[in-house]
Write a protein of this length. Structure first.
Length: 128
């Protein structure tokens, strides 16, 4: 598209547009907002990566050590009877705290569903 000015008889100009010609190419204008930089660290998308496998093997070793140390059956479906409680709890026995105490002075907090209790409160634990 090209603009041209035409003089009229009265001395005024009229703007005429010629649509047969292509418009000249515009120079590249930088964007107003710069693009986001790529994140430096991304979570692994492929579970076969070494870091992901190391995480799972370390987690499994730590859970196995806790099971042996406290004589528990973690992350499996069990039936638990607590001391002084007439009811039984059935479900998956999991840790109620993220990191158990390293010194061993405090009891280990466990959970089945919404019921939390100490490891010392367990009277019996049967694998289902």
């Amino acid at each position: 598209m090209r603009r041209t000015d035409k003089r009229m008889a009265s001395g005024t100009t009229q703007l005429a547009l010629d649509f047969t010609q292509t418009a000249p190419a515009r120079p590249a204008v930088p964007p107003v907002v710069p693009p986001r930089p790529e994140p430096l660290t991304a979570l692994p998308g492929d579970p076969s990566e070494r870091g992901y496998q190391a995480f799972h093997s370390e987690r499994a070793a730590a859970l196995q050590e806790l099971e042996q140390r406290f004589g528990l059956i973690l992350n499996r479906r069990v039936r638990v009877t607590l001391c002084g409680v007439p009811a039984e709890f059935v479900g998956t026995l999991v840790l109620a705290q993220l990191l158990p105490c390293a010194a061993g002075h405090e009891p280990l907090r466990l959970r089945i569903g919404t019921a939390e209790f100490d490891d010392a409160d367990i009277e019996s634990c049967v694998l289902l």
